[in-house]
Design a protein around this ligand. Structure first.
Ligand SMILES: Nc1ncnc2c1ncn2[C@@H]1O[C@H](COP(=O)(O)OP(=O)(O)OP(=O)(O)O)[C@@H](O)[C@H]1O
Ligand SMILES: [Mg+2]
Length: 217
């Protein structure tokens, strides 16, 4: 499903990723681990097509996403990938349900279909009970679940999470883990960059990829 071959990424003179080769199969849950600055977020951004590698191949479903046109790239980002990051980029003044529906607005769906997808995503992310609440008044854990709902609304096959539990207390981390378990059971491919042993020690994790100074150990 996801295959990286000889991927390099440099910013000016610094090489951040070096000769990354990895394969993640459909339905797998994979943890990216490594110290701060090792290149985890950069790797996730490359898989999510937020960033292009300096060289190398990034194949998703047999297609090299590095060579996609801008139009197809944005389509790939919105339909194939659900990104859960620490900087939420939610519309703070809008309600949960308004935030969750935004990725669907440019799709050619009927209103009924949109509302159905929105509600399904809020159910999966366990935030339906807050659907009318304005985001600025949510707790940190609730904001994160709002973002998860928004990431799921297009039913992407791949979910990328960058340090998803870094700012959560134990109870919210466990809620997040419960959601991840359900996503895995529904066949999603999941890549999580994390230092959190609560996640890396989960039984559902198929493999842990260790990154050290931009290289896979
Ligand atoms: N846009 C950029 N310009 C220059 N350097 C960058 C840029 N983005 C990332 N880097 C550098 O690349 C390296 C890897 O960064 P990255 O964010 O991928 O690390 P990380 O493993 O996610 O770290 P953390 O655990 O702290 O989130 C760092 O040294 C960082 O300073
Ligand atoms: Mg990071």
């Amino acid at each position: 499903m996801i295959k990286l071959k000889n991927v390099y990424k440099s910013f000016k003179n610094t090489t951040v990723l070096q000769d990354i080769n990895l394969e993640i199969k459909e339905g797998e849950a994979v943890v990216l681990s490594g110290v701060s600055g090792s290149g985890k977020s950069t790797l996730l951004s490359i898989i999510g097509a937020i960033m292009k590698p300096s060289s190398g191949l990034v194949e998703v479903n047999g297609e090299n996403i590095v060579s996609l046109s801008d139009f197809h790239l944005s389509e790939y980002r919105t339909s194939a990938i659900g990104f859960v990051t620490q900087s939420f980029h939610l519309f703070e003044m809008l309600s949960v349900k308004e935030n969750v529906i935004t990725p669907l607005i440019l799709n050619k769906l009927t209103q009924k279909e949109m509302l159905h997808k929105r509600d399904e995503a809020m159910i999966k992310a366990e935030i339906l009970h807050k659907s009318n609440q304005v985001v600025s008044t949510l707790s940190g854990g609730e904001k994160q679940r709002c973002m998860i709902a928004r990431a799921l609304v297009n039913n992407p096959k791949i979910i990328l999470c960058d340090e998803p539990t870094a700012n959560l207390d134990k109870q919210n981390s466990l809620k997040f883990i419960k959601i991840v378990k359900q996503l895995k059971e529904s066949g999603k491919t999941i890549v999580i960059a994390t230092h959190d042993p609560l996640i890396s020690e989960l039984e559902l994790v198929d493999k842990i990829i260790k990154i050290d100074e931009g290289k896979i150990e």
